[in-house]
Design a binder for this molecule. Sequence first.
Ligand SMILES: Nc1ncnc2c1ncn2[C@@H]1O[C@H](COP(=O)(O)OP(=O)(O)OP(=O)(O)O)[C@@H](O)[C@H]1O
Length: 265
Amino acid sequence: MTGPPLAAARPVSAQGAESCISRLDQAVVRYADRPALGPLTLAVAPGEIVALVGASGAGKSTALRLLAGLEAPAEGSVQRPAQPNATGFVFQSPTLMPWADARTNVALPLELSGVPAAEARHRADLALAAVGLGDRTTARPRQLSGGMAMRVSLARALSIRPELLLLDEPFAALDSITRRGLIEDLHRLWAERPLAMVFVTHDVEEAAYLAGRVVVLSAADGRAVADVPMPGPLPRPEGWRRDPAFRDAVEAVASGLSHAMPVAA
Ligand SMILES: Nc1ncnc2c1ncn2[C@@H]1O[C@H](COP(=O)(O)OP(=O)(O)OP(=O)(O)O)[C@@H](O)[C@H]1O
């Protein structure tokens, strides 16, 4: 291996208390007294893209739920964006209403949060155009491919104009070409309006390509065992996947992950 694996990693606890949009501080989650996560400290700066990787059960989704305010920690604290509607969430499944067209799927949650109907539809159309579905606003979910349905889900999350976007393995069910296209879309949208993102994935290369920083959670106890800054500009330049700096970064994350895997009995 040529990369600078864990030498380049810095412990999460070493992060300063710099201005951040969201932060977990020594957060612990337990289910029926069994530890599910932590203690985990994770700070996300405005406009920063962070990928969370770790074995199944390491606590990645739990960390996202804490950041989303969907559950509270048993110990430690969670800092979240002050504004209401500042956090968007994209799940692994697009979770679209099958009876509604793409526009309504995006507009209805806005209307339910108090946005007048005409404005909600206008914002839905803008969000759908931003994800490349400007010509599919009247399509029902069954008329859309898996990648298109995920784009609608992304448009729905973006339509609230979040400062923080949480994505829980959003592209896991899609083929690799579609996944790569969606990652490029995320970078393009981020370049137009740099919002913070926390992206959960099992795919080391996807994490290293998308994010400016990759945090590795331990399978044993859901602590962060590595926090690896990713080299290179965002969005990625043409041919970045073949760049030695990218290949080294992938190895650094993979090495952190191999240290974070459960030890076979
Ligand atoms: N509602 C729940 N009740 C009980 N245990 C739970 C609950 N949700 C999660 N857990 C447990 O908490 C731990 C962390 O789960 P979590 O889903 O956050 O892991 P993950 O890293 O996202 O896993 P995966 O990659 O498989 O999605 C696991 O041991 C899981 O079984």
